[in-house]
Design a protein around this ligand. Structure first.
Ligand code: CP
Ligand code: NVA
Length: 332
């Protein structure tokens, strides 16, 4: 049986991603996960935070609680990891106790190393490279407010950072158009754009926020200085012309929405009148982290299929763990 990691949107096929979004909408509507998924009561999620978090931490903790399980929150300074124990050994040990591991870290390689050595599913809770749980919540929010995202236009204004990368992945998998406006120095990596082109995604990159926003159904931005970014002064100066304000929103479609993963800096990447105004969907977006992460957890942990399961990676080293109820029960 394949181990179902949730590492990145580009690592999963369209059918799986669609099934997760649809399940999230069902969970939100019904207030519970369908019994048919056979989620085991008492499942435990370990969450390792190497960077701060408000939404990711609380929404995953609440999600596990409401699913009938629980979570353990860890930070490297409280773990032997902080005293030199290897990540691989940490992954192997944690896999003997818990049902899934969520990691928020800097280097993406840390996430993939954890996943390569864990024998339970691993979830990306943000790396410097990507933030797939966030963009799944964004897609859900868009569809809730504006209908199917396929063929619709999303404008990304500002830093082509981790959240933007997950949007590039989403454009390829969900078939939305993506218009990116960034200063040249902070534009998406050529390799990422080459991947998107190969996948047939409709993405245009430029340096004019007004042009990117023109006719868009949704305008999205994020902080100018992400966790771990240096050179704050230089970044702020470069991004100043990329603020999402009333003039940018006026270029978008009449009923366009505004999204931001939060935390936000009013007066920098977005003006208060936009983020606190009638087009802002940021609180629905924050709420939907909870619903979409329940669906992601259900996909990772359920022995039943939500849709296609072809995107999982092969389990290493085999016979133990998640495969049988007996092996899972032996954890406690
Ligand atoms: N959007 C988001 O991931 O928020 P936190 O950093 O608070 O988890
Ligand atoms: N791009 C931001 C997202 C925070 C949720 C960061 O990485 O800090």
């Amino acid at each position: 049986m394949a181990l179902k990691h949730f590492l990145d949107i580009d690592a999963l096929d369209e059918k799986t991603l669609r099934a997760i979004i649809d399940l999230a909408a069902t969970i939100k509507r019904k207030g519970r996960v369908p019994k048919s998924l056979g989620l085991r009561a008492g499942a435990v999620l370990a969450m390792i935070f190497e960077k701060p978090s408000t939404r990711t931490r609380v929404s995953f903790e609440v999600a596990m609680h409401q699913l009938g399980g629980q979570s353990v929150v860890l930070s490297p300074q409280d773990m032997q990891l902080g005293r030199g124990e290897t990540l691989a050994d940490t992954a192997r040990a944690l896999s003997r106790y818990v049902d899934a591991i969520m990691l928020r870290t800097g280097p993406h390689a840390t996430l993939t190393e954890l996943a390569a050595n864990a024998t339970v599913p691993v979830i990306n809770g943000l790396t410097c490279q990507s933030h797939p749980c966030q963009v799944m919540a964004d897609v859900m929010t868009f569809e809730e407010l504006k209908g199917p995202i396929q063929g619709r236009t999303i404008a990304w204004i500002g830093d082509a950072n981790n959240v933007a990368t997950s949007w590039v992945h989403a454009a390829a998998r969900f078939g939305c158009k993506l218009r990116i406006a960034s200063p040249r120095e902070f534009a998406p990596a050529p390799a990422l754009l080459a991947w998107a082109k190969k996948e047939g995604a409709d993405i245009k990159v430029g340096e004019d926020p007004l042009a990117a926003a023109r006719g868009a159904d949704c305008v999205v931005t994020d902080v100018w200085v992400s966790m771990g970014d240096g050179d704050e002064k230089k970044r702020i100066a470069a991004f100043r012309p990329f603020q999402v304000d009333g003039a940018v929103m006026a270029q978008a479609a009449k009923e366009a929405i505004f999204m931001h993963c939060l935390p936000a800096h009013r007066g920098d990447e977005v003006t208060a009148d936009v983020i606190d105004g009638p087009q802002s969907a940021v609180w629905d977006e924050a709420e939907n982290r909870l619903h979409v992460q329940k669906a992601i957890l259900a996909w990772c942990l359920s022995p039943a299929s939500l849709g296609s399961e072809g995107a999982g990676t092969k389990r290493k080293g085999a016979k133990r763990r998640l495969g049988s109820a007996k092996a899972r029960g032996a954890k406690r």
